[in-house]
Ligand binder design. Structure first.
Ligand code: FES
Length: 161
């Protein structure tokens, strides 16, 4: 069932950014900052009150990989698949996380807690293979270490967080 969202924030955003067609990207960025994705109702509201057409807005939202049209979990787990991490076993790390979280890469857990993603180099190649859990960086991972790391977040080990 879809949750009811309050789109009054869209009006506030547009009051600040302006209504011009050239403002599509900043408007979408601000909406995503607020909802953590781009709800369809928010996009419809943008089209109602700006000069941006639905085809232009939807085109921008789907063209740029920074924008999400689906809700994400509270915590985004990003597995680096840059060259160093790829060589270091990123594919196995992703597979381990898929099994651990019982989702496929790109999906969100049923409890909406975690979303699993693959990303390009996150800039700390000496720590390869690297996983970001929210804002925390974890490096030199193995399948066992990544499970232990996740246990600390999920509380399975009885640890912190
Ligand atoms: S390739 Fe993974 S941090 Fe650079």
């Amino acid at each position: 069932m879809l949750e009811a969202l309050d789109f009054s924030i869209v009006d506030e955003i547009i009051n600040k950014t302006g209504k011009g067609a050239e403002m599509a990207i900043p408007i979408l960025q601000k909406i995503q900052e607020h909802f953590r994705y781009l709800p369809m109702g928010a996009l419809e509201r943008v089209c109602q009150i700006t000069e941006i057409t639905p085809s232009r807005l939807y085109g921008v939202a789907t063209f740029y990989s920074q924008f999400r049209l689906e809700p994400v979990g509270e915590v985004i787990i990003k597995v680096c698949h840059g060259t160093a991490c790829h060589v270091g076993g990123a594919a196995t790390i992703t597979q381990t996380l898929e099994e651990y979280l019982k989702i496929s890469n790109g999906q969100t857990t049923v409890d909406k807690k975690y979303t699993l993603e693959s990303v390009a180099c996150v800039g700390c190649c000496s720590l390869a293979p690297v996983v970001l859990v929210g804002k925390d960086t974890h490096g030199k991972l193995t399948p066992v270490k990544v499970q232990e790391t996740m246990d600390r977040y999920t509380g399975k080990s009885g640890g912190e967080k």
